[in-house]
Design a protein around this ligand. Sequence first.
Ligand code: PEP
Ligand code: MG
Length: 576
Amino acid sequence: MSATRVLLKYCGDLTKVTLVEQSIVYGTPVVDGIAYAPVAWTRRPSIPALNAPDLPEHERPAAMTQFDDAADAVVNSLRTRASKATGHACALLEVSASMASDPAWRKGVKKRIARGIPPVQATTEATEEFVTIFERQGGIMAQRTTDLRDVRDRVIAHLEGRPEPGVPKPDHPVVLFADDLSPADTAGLDPDMFLALVTELGGPTSHTSIIARQLGIPCIVAARHISNIAEDEYVLIDGRAGTIQVGVTAEEAKGQLEEDHKRRELIEQWEGPGRLADGTRIELLANVRDGESAQEAASVGAQGIGLLRTELCFLDSQSEPSIEAQRQVYEPAFAAFPTSKVVVRTLDAGSDKPVPYATLHEEANPALGVRGLRTSGHYPDLLPHQLDAIAAAAKIHGHDKTWVMAPMVSTLPEAEWFASLVRERGMIPGIMVEVPSTAILAQQFMELVDFVSIGTNDLTQYTMAADRLSPDLAEYSDPWQPAALALINQIAQAGKQTGTPVSVCGEAAADPLLAVVLIGMGVTSLSISPSALQAVGAQLSQFTLEQCQAAAVAVLGAWDQGDARYRVRKALDING
Ligand code: PEP
Ligand code: MG
């Protein structure tokens, strides 16, 4: 969406009244914050035409060496950058480097060169072959197609004697505009130089979004109408409203930048525990994947773990780990929160999280297939083994603080059966609400289990019938969609009526503005990635329960996701 308005601009001298064109482009907001700086564009290079003539036989061996040299150069440059990066950025660069050295992909290219196809064309064709395979496998493999195409572009640049594509190296702060950003582009960005990220594609769960959250810089994705905004043009980015404004002067931007500065200070100073402005206590928990991330969560003020994603411990396991091996993996997470609540989610294998030993292959629609609790139908021993391992790990922690929930529950009998298995082991049973069928019957489900946790990533995906990984459907995968909000509200009301704790552990809880709405609806705890915890804690500390409730009332009946955000900002008297 975009809108243009022409303003008469008066600068204290009537003879100098000028016409200024201000235009606003809208995208999907991902990371809150204001930035004002000139645009620096980066675009993926176009793929060279695939019509070069065949190579004569005697030139083919040299062409293979040329390809190997180009691929080696890419591996080296990515590894050099990885050695200078840390955390997620380092891991992303290592993944890209390993793709450039992948023997099967290299063999695919050289096989084609041996048949006479020139190296650039051979690289393009072999890459597309692997992209098709990855896409067929779905889930995390499908997400790796961006990395692979990025490696292709880098290798082709070397083959053609050009510099590798990537983000510019500005000598002054900029807002980075891109059609799409690869993980290798975003890894290692300097937040002092790149004040905000805006992409035409990408979704709230894309690499761009993850990196922007980590860097704490405003980010807007799925901004479909930015292509006319020129290099070096000054733009005002509002990462909360999802707006990109052109034609704004530094003087006009000043007020918003100052307010944003205060907001950032509040975030840095926030230490927990979660509390509203009127003193109401709010349970702020963390989403973690292992002991290390649990430690990080404890260090930023999390009051416990609200989602331990156990499948992420086993993404590379070809066979089921023994009960003892699983216990050893879970125990450090409990150890990070020895006296607090820890919610463990049983294996969510399948769809976007394929686990080799627990995922069916060749499913036509993996997101609608055998995933989460449904895996038990095909692999009946996995769940009892996992629950035994969790119960064993919980011995150091206390079973009464160990809450265990199942993902992808969609029927009442499933919930009843799961709860009985968890209770048999002395732990507290719950379910994730991720499927509309469960949201619709929330009250009946609550009679069977002791708590629920709303997985808004999947609940939005299934409510809106929009693949959560699709870069083309970010507007639909937005938890601010009125239908998703109506269901969340319905679940929260059912929780109040039955006295059942209702948590939210999807990305919605990590959106500071939406967190206010969720608390107003009656959600009793939020579970958030450690990097977003302080921003949510700081935002909640600004509003009373009454204000949160007013925001929750205001949002219901919204026309679309933009209107929903607008209504809440208005109810809370927030500018922008
Ligand atoms: C969710 O669906 O919101 C959720 C928390 O689970 P995951 O993102 O791991 O599927
Ligand atoms: Mg989910």
